[in-house]
Design a protein around this ligand. Sequence first.
Ligand SMILES: *Cc1c(COP(=O)(O)O)cnc(C)c1O
Length: 454
Amino acid sequence: MTDSTRTLLADAARRGAAYLESLDGRPVFPHEADVERLRGALAGEMPEASAKDAEVLAFLDEYGTPATVASAGGRYFGFVTGGSLPATLAAHVLASAWDQNSFSYLSSPAAWLFGETSLRWLKGVFGLPAQSAGALVLGATAANFAGLAAARHAVLRRAGWDVEERGLRGSPEVTLVVGEEAHGTIFKVLPLLGFGRAHIQRVPADAEGRLRADRLPRIAGPTIACIQAGNVNSGAFDPAPEILRWARAGGAWVHVDGAFGLWAAASDRRRPLMAGFADADSWATDAHKWLNVPYDCGVAFVRDPDALRAAMSISGDYLMIGSKDPIDLTTDGSRRARGFDVWAALQSLGRRGLAALVDRNCDQAAWLGAELKRAGFEVLNEVVLNQVVVAFSSDARTKATIGRLQKAGECWCGGTRWRGREAMRVSVSAWATTQADMERTLRAILAAAESPGR
Ligand SMILES: *Cc1c(COP(=O)(O)O)cnc(C)c1O
């Protein structure tokens, strides 16, 4: 390595650290002027001449840094977003230098081993069957796709139909059962698998967004049910034990979308929410949400490894049993090696640290919910996990409050529609969030809600 590469990487690390140290004083959403300044700086055509590496990095920092969203800090509550734990960020930096292609054991034994170890440990955290296949993928969307592709294979196989060979033309009808408050990605992924939205049976949900088990349809023949551990608004869990009883009686495959909810299993206090979910057939979750690893990283598990392999294998050859290469278990060929980041997060936290992270965020959400109630606002959900859904008297005032809050830059919370009403959603998912951050956030929310002109 030349001196200039060493200097360049040291400079990148120095700038990254300075950025993280600046987070507390930074607007959580960038000022419009800083975004415009970046837009202007990027407006030109691709240069003819080469630039010095150090100048490329300096440009990124000078124009990019002020336009970033401070989601790596402790006061970003949008969507469901974790920052990067220090150990996993450092691992990510080192692994970027390694630049490993993780599609197979042969392309990188190190990537394969860290990936396998991460998946084995995660099965332990979630209480999933040890023989399940696991795959590190883009996110929960991709993990839902993987689980449902395995489901499609398995339910049609049982009906005597080889879907990978023959496709869906002329196949037996597959019944699709989904809760009406399922995450939007389910309604994106099922059509990608050839299942049109018009053919999805949507089961009514209760006030917390939980699929109502008493409204499950009568089923016969190939059936796939999608249930959820952690509604993206309320954080509520579908009644898995009842749904699983229904599914077992009718022969349905049950897929669990647990993008953030699956992590409840890491904590003794929250694990009861996960009752019954480990009896399902496939599971999707995210590591870039509650495990606080860098983007992007989702995780898929499938109880029957052969079903996932049959759905995803590049050769379509089921006889390659024993192969556990990501190229045969995911949509991907060449891919980054997410196992380094996941392993580093799990190794640095340990079981106790992971439980403490989940519990701390849940306690912070419960505290905020209670304070907002005390201030006279309506908390629309039971705060069972890390999500708080709040309304400010009228839809108009709720919208105005969210707008003012986002503009003020002290924190960032997004808007949502919940059971027919405008609402603000607060998702507490970051290792970096302190009680001081929560108090600052509460003050900012109260100021935004009370400001004149509501
Ligand atoms: C975030 C989320 C998804 C989608 O996850 P991505 O990582 O954005 O692909 C799916 N389901 C639920 C419940 C989620 O919270």
